[in-house]
Design a binder for this molecule. Structure first.
Ligand code: TYC
Length: 101
């Protein structure tokens, strides 16, 4: 290769950014039975009864509690499934998602 025929000195920026994780947030309400919230947390988020109870109580006392973080798709799917489990029983149970900073 002659000196005038070199490859362009273009630096490719290494793509190391990870996709932003999204929080699943449990929102308190006055109607959903505590035991039901615990069971949904166990079923959808694979928590032990102890872990689920702590999350439920935190939401009950503070209004909201972060349940876990996932990729955007997984967070939204789990939040929807968990919310639907409550709706199927006529409860206003709500799980939302938001991106982590
Ligand atoms: N506050 C509800 C009750 O007293 C229980 C509850 C807890 C509901 C957490 C929703 O995210 C929630 N029955």
């Amino acid at each position: 290769m002659s000196p005038v025929d070199v490859a362009p000195r273009t630096k490719v920026k290494p793509k190391t950014e990870r996709p932003k994780l999204h929080k699943v947030i449990l929102v308190n309400d006055d109607y959903t039975p505590r035991e039901f919230v615990v069971r949904v947390l166990q079923a959808e988020f694979r928590m032990t009864e102890d872990q689920a109870h702590k999350v439920m109580i935190t939401a009950h006392q503070r209004g909201v509690c972060v349940v876990a973080v996932f990729t955007k798709d997984v967070a939204e799917t789990k939040a929807t499934r968990a919310t639907d489990a409550g709706r199927a029983k006529g409860y206003p149970l709500l799980f939302t998602t938001e991106p982590e900073e």
